[in-house]
Write a protein that binds this ligand. Sequence first.
Ligand code: NDP
Length: 282
Amino acid sequence: MAILLEGRLIAERIKEDVRLKALSLKTRPSLASLIVGDNQGADSYAKSQAKTAEGLGIEYQIYKLPSSSSEDEIIGLIGELNVNKSVNGIIIQNPLPERIDYKRVIFSMDPEKDIEGVRPGNIAEIIAGRAKFIPCTAYAVMELIAASKVSLYGKEVVIVGHSAIVGKPLAFLLLDKFATVTVCHIGTSQAGKLEDHVRRAEVLIVAVGKAGLIKGEWVKEGAVVIDVGINRVNGKIVGDVEFPAAERKASFITPVPGGVGPVTVAMLMCNLVEAARLQHGL
Ligand code: NDP
C-alpha cells in the first residue's frame, strides 16, 4: 500500500517558511489578484488565496473589472500594477472572457511580478535554468516528489498532459534532475499508446482533467504517482488516476483533494515573497 503524500502537511511546512520570510521584510509583501467579470470559480479561488495570504502576513488585494472590459483596459490596469511599488506580484485569475487574448494580457505583466510564472517567455527561462518564477503547479509537483525522497536521477518519468503551466515546464525541470522524461498528450491516447507509457513509469505525473483516465492496474509496482487532475464526479472531487487500485501498486501517491492543490497555493505564496525580496534587492 502506498504512502500518502499529504499535500496539506507539506504545504504547512512551506508556508511556515514563507511566513518567516515575509516577516523579515521591511514592508508587508503584497499580491494583486485581477478578476475580469463575474465567475464563481475565480471568486472562490481568490477568496481562498486571500485567506492563506492573510495567515502568512501577505496583503492580498482583489482588482475586479467588469466583463465588458476591453483588452486595452485590462492591459492598462496591469500597466498600473506593474509600476505600483507597493504591489510585489500579480495574478490574473482564469477564466478571462473568451474574446480576450489571454496571451497578450499575460505578456503585459512585468516579469518581476509574474509570480505564477505564466508569461510565455518564462518557459524559455526554465530551459535556460534562469526562471525567476517556476509555475506554481509544476513547482508543487517537484516539491511533492522531493518530499517522497525518491531520487529522480535516471528514473523513467512519464508526464500525462502537456499544458504550458504544468506538463511542459515540468518536463524541463525533471530533465534538470537527470530524469528520463516522456510527455504524453491527446495524440498519445489517440494512438492507443498511453497505457504502454504509463506502465513503465517509475514516476507518473498526470495533469489532464479526466476522471479515471489512468487505470490503477496500469501503475507500475512501486511507482511514485502525482495526480494533478481535479474533476467533480457525483459531487465529489477526484483526480485523473483511479485511486484505490493505484494506491495498492504505488510506493507514494498524492490524494485528491489534499495533494497537489494545497502545495500549489503554498508555492504561489513562496514565489510572492521571493518577488518581494528581489524587489527589495535582497
Ligand atoms: P489543460 O486543459 O491546459 O491541459 C490538459 C492536457 O491534457 C493537455 O495537454 C491535453 O492535450 C491533455 N489531454 C487531454 N485529453 C487527454 C487524453 N485523453 N490523454 C492524454 N492527454 C490528454 O489543463 P491544465 O494543465 O491546466 O490542468 C490539468 C488538470 O490539472 C485539470 O484537471 C486542472 O483542474 C488540474 N489542475 C490542478 C491544479 C492544482 O493545484 N491541483 C492546478 C492546475 C491545474 P491537448 O492539449 O493536446 O488536448
